[in-house]
Ligand binder design. Structure first.
Ligand SMILES: Cc1ncc(C[n+]2csc(CCOP(=O)(O)OP(=O)(O)O)c2C)c(N)n1
Ligand code: SF4
Length: 293
């Protein structure tokens, strides 16, 4: 399939992300789709650094660097200011990591979407607080090593289901996307842009540095997250209408886990337990979408 995106690049070369950084790939596709009439709010995260030091910027759109916990509130203010100016064309976007979304920015995000503020919130999910040295977040998956879940204290809790938390607010549009499925990502970014009110995109973005993987494995591993049902591709409209966008061919989760240093310590028994959790979550999603296994 040919990728139907604009030829324009709104992200220049020369960014300072690590080689193979999924967060940079996500940004490139997203901005190509959104276009130049976009204002981006960036709470503290890797992207605060990737974009480059002021006055330089790898992004050819206006960017507001803001405090870690304020992504939802800052976007609300930017939208209100644009409305005062009579600007109805510009799209306001918050672009935040999982720490800034699942944990520390959740209050501002929840408040903003409960008011159905008119903006797109994108969480690029690398499954830990990477910018400050790989600390565990509530997005870190069961089984993962991080610097705050070291040795035998690897994370023994499941990843928070952030899309379901947003769906509970009954926002007009919530969806998952993945850097290894660019056509799907572009379609969802375009759809989000066309809708008014609060929209949420949860983009799976591999992090070679924090996941202890070679940079050239970034896309393969992101693809496997979908193929194993660890990160299903789906969308939810108005908090009720579920559509599953991709039906995987039952790869085993251990194939995904064994490629990553952050899961190296897991035993066969641990992997069996994780497989059961993934199967359970998939069955639940099928039921919500009104589908059968
Ligand atoms: C209130 C507050 N606490 C802590 C920090 C330090 N800090 C800056 S970026 C960051 C990690 C961000 O993690 P995440 O949102 O997952 O994005 P990532 O770095 O993984 O891209 C932290 C802890 C901060 N800037 N503000
Ligand atoms: S630490 Fe991870 S998310 Fe941050 S720039 Fe490097 S690869 Fe990207």
């Amino acid at each position: 399939m040919q990728l139907d995106v604009l030829d324009q690049e709104l992200m220049c070369s020369g960014h300072v992300g690590c080689p193979g950084c999924g967060a940079t790939i996500a940004m490139r596709f997203f901005l190509k789709t959104l276009g130049e009439k976009t204002v981006m709010v960036l709470p503290a995260c890797c992207w605060s650094v990737i974009a480059g030091p002021y006055p330089q910027s790898t992004l050819k759109i206006p960017v507001i660097h803001t405090a870690f916990e304020t992504g939802g509130a800052t976007a609300t203010g930017v939208r209100a200011a644009l409305d005062m100016l009579g600007d109805t064309e510009t799209t306001v976007v918050t672009w935040a990591g999982d720490g800034g979304t699942f944990d520390i920015g959740f209050q501002a995000l929840s408040g903003a979407v409960e008011r159905n503020e008119d903006f797109i919130y994108v969480c690029y999910d690398n499954e830990a607080y990477m910018n400050t040295g790989i600390q565990r977040s509530s997005s870190t998956p069961y089984g993962a090593w991080t610097t705050t879940t070291p040795g035998t204290h690897w994370k023994h809790l499941r990843k928070k289901n952030i899309v379901e938390a947003l769906v509970a607010h009954r926002i007009p549009y919530a969806a998952t996307a993945n850097i290894a499925f660019p056509e799907d990502l572009v379609r969802k970014a375009r759809k989000a842009k066309s809708i008014k009110g609060s929209r949420f995109l949860h983009i799976f973005a591999s992090c070679p540095t924090g996941w202890r993987i070679p940079s050239e494995m970034s896309i393969k591993i992101a693809r496997m997250a979908v193929q194993t049902n660890i990160f299903p591709l789906y969308e939810v409209e108005d908090g009720v209408r579920y559509t599953i966008n991709y039906k995987p061919r039952e790869y085993l989760v251990r194939e995904y886990f064994k490629l990553q240093g952050r899961f190296r310590h897991l035993t066969d028994q641990d992997l069996d337990a994780i497989q059961e959790m993934v199967n359970e979550d998939w069955q639940l999603l099928l039921r919500k979408a009104g589908e059968h296994a």
